[in-house]
Design a protein around this ligand. Structure first.
Ligand code: SF4
Ligand code: SF4
Ligand code: FES
Length: 560
């Protein structure tokens, strides 16, 4: 079983020789060793498949990808047949279409009519292919076999009746997780996927991926079970916020609530996979409660404060319009300018744009001490089949970005302690200050919170300015190796909440009589101008796969 894609993902050098063939009359030139199914994809020709997956070996067992190759006596499986010079391939010939139709009919002999209740409905390859080119009605009169459901442990349910025996799940556990917990038992139409031990996949850090790669609804996530029909979901490309690996993900939402996270392919970061630790930790993103299980301690998730607030002479806060808050704050900043000692608390859950403009604002005022706090695990959890991917020690997405901007880590591995408010200017972004004493910041000459958490310490601020979470705004995180990656807004923010880069940009414009950045891309360009490690980068150069900092910085001692 060859797996050139897995080798490619692992960083092997691409072959230099090329070969050319025609597929459905379209000429295509590809590196030697490319398989027909991939060559066809490059010219926009889709060949149906089940068992093939670009990140796994190819057993050529589902027979959905059969194509006609001129001169060959039999149809060829496109998932394992390598392109040869001068080859003439037909994917839509009568023979190829009839073969697929027959294969689909065989699958449907035993597949239940579960689409109305199946979680995979709407993104199921069996449903799609049968709809596209299956027979209009089944000819089988025999009763279907019945296996029922099996709890595979952890988050995974197995519905044997729906399984089409592509073995992707078995190969994933063997080749990527390298934890042989699944196997095929029995033969022929009695074949079924089973676990070796009672605990099944329980405790495997990578098992959630088998639900993604199951082409039908045979493997189900208990977390997502009957939660939403997939056509009701809005998918937004983003970056996992649960560690500094920065796995590329898609945030699926419905009714402005996150329903699930799924990996997006990026060969430089996470291949096609993500870990279960990151996959199932999304509740905290849209909850204000900093005590949600699994929430990072300095959570910036939606809090109770949703409008700008100004502290009055009697110590209580009142809501004000943004314009009034900004004008009043610019006046106070002007007064402090040049002779203040400034303490800045950044947030590794906020993007480079937010933290960079915060740092820039602080630098306008006086001498700066800039810190951030971040939870850290004891160990990394490396993916054995793709070692570039690991659940990193840092359990926030942007500590590397903060280090590149000049912030220093403070506090312990729980993300607690390490803060000193001082009596100068105190600027806090996104840190809930949940562990800070109730009088934290009372001595500060000017205390500004850019955040939404309603904690005792935050209530000491002269200004509380509610800002968007990463899930509500556009921006970038810098991952553990210095790769800057973009995220996009997946959730709608409350009406009077604004992105931090916008608020800070307007404050800087007020202070310096300059134009405020009109969008996140312009805010990033400002960062690229101001901070050397980001020089030369822009949203265009970052694209959808990220770009490395020009001069990657190293994390402080113990960083990973
Ligand atoms: S459970 Fe899904 S991935 Fe596993 S063999 Fe069956 S159809 Fe394939
Ligand atoms: S490895 Fe890190 S970034 Fe990737 S899914 Fe897991 S927690 Fe998220
Ligand atoms: S995809 Fe080629 S045989 Fe399954």
């Amino acid at each position: 079983m060859s797996n050139p894609d897995a080798a490619k993902m692992a960083g092997a050098a691409p072959p230099m020789d090329t070969v050319s063939c025609t597929i459905n009359g379209v000429q295509v030139t590809v590196p030697k060793g490319t398989r027909l199914i991939e060559a066809a994809e490059q010219v926009g020709i889709g060949i149906p498949y089940y068992c093939y997956h670009p990140g796994l070996s190819a057993p050529a067992m589902c027979r959905m990808c059969l194509v006609e190759v001129a001169g060959a006596p039999k149809l060829a499986p496109a998932c394992v047949t390598e392109v040869a010079d001068g080859q003439v391939v037909l994917t839509e010939s009568d023979k190829a279409v009839e073969a697929r139709r027959g294969t689909l009919e065989f699958y449907l002999v035993n597949h239940p009519l579960d689409c109305p209740v199946c979680d995979k409905s709407g993104e199921c390859k069996l449903q799609d292919y049968v709809h596209a080119e299956g027979r209009p009605r089944g000819r089988s009169l025999e009763a279907k076999r019945v296996f029922g459901q099996d709890d595979f442990g952890g988050d995974i349910l197995y519905d044997g009746d729906r399984c089409i025996m592509c073995t992707r799940c078995v190969r994933f556990m063997r080749e990527v997780a390298q934890d042989d917990r699944l196997c095929v038992v029995q033969r022929g139409h009695r074949s079924v996927i089973d676990t070796f031990y009672d605990h099944g996949v329980e405790g495997s850090p990578w098992a959630g991926n088998i639900v993604d790669i199951c082409p039908v609804g045979a493997l189900l996530s208990k977390d997502f079970l009957h939660k939403a029909r997939v056509w009701d979901l809005d998918g937004t490309p983003s970056v996992c916020p649960n560690c500094s690996q920065g796995c590329n993900v898609r945030i699926d939402t419905r009714d402005n609530l996150i329903q699930r996270l799924r990996p997006r392919a990026n060969p430089d970061v996470n291949s096609y996979w993500m870990c279960d630790y990151g996959r199932y930790r999304y509740d905290w993103i849209h909850r204000g409660d900093t005590r949600v299980a699994g929430a990072p301690f300095d959570v910036t998730a939606a809090g109770d404060i949703e409008a700008p607030q100004l502290r009055g002479a009697n110590g209580s806060h009142e809501e004000v319009a943004w314009q009034a808050a900004v004008l009043a704050l610019v006046e106070r900043l002007e007064a402090a300018r040049g002779h203040a000692s400034v303490t800045v608390v950044g947030s590794a859950l906020h993007g480079n744009e937010d933290n960079g403009l915060l740092m820039h604002l602080a630098a306008q005022l006086g001498s700066v001490k800039a810190v951030y706090r971040s939870q850290r695990a004891a160990d990394e959890v490396v993916c054995p089949g793709f070692p570039r991917l690991a659940r990193r020690r840092d359990l926030t997405p942007n500590p590397q970005g903060l280090e590149a901007l000049g912030f220093e880590r403070a506090g312990d591995d729980e993300g607690r302690g390490g803060l000193a408010a001082g009596n100068g200017v105190l600027l806090v972004l996104g840190d809930a200050l949940a562990d800070a004493p109730a009088d934290f910041g009372r001595e500060a000459a000017l205390f500004v919170v850019f955040g939404r958490a309603d904690t005792a310490a935050a209530r000491n601020a002269h200004f509380i300015l509610p800002v968007s979470t990463f899930a509500e705004a556009e921006g970038t995180f810098t991952n553990h190796e210095g790769r800057v990656q973009r995220y996009w807004p997946a959730l709608e923010q409350p009406a009077r909440v604004r992105p931090a880069w916008q608020v800070l940009g307007v404050l800087l414009a007020g202070l310096n009589d300059e134009a405020a950045p009109a969008d996140a891309a312009s805010a990033f360009l400002r960062i690229a101008e101001l901070f050397d490690p980001f020089a030369g980068l822009s949203y265009a150069t970052i694209g959808t796969r990220g770009a490395l900092l020009n001069e990657p910085v190293r994390l402080g001692a113990g960083g990973s």
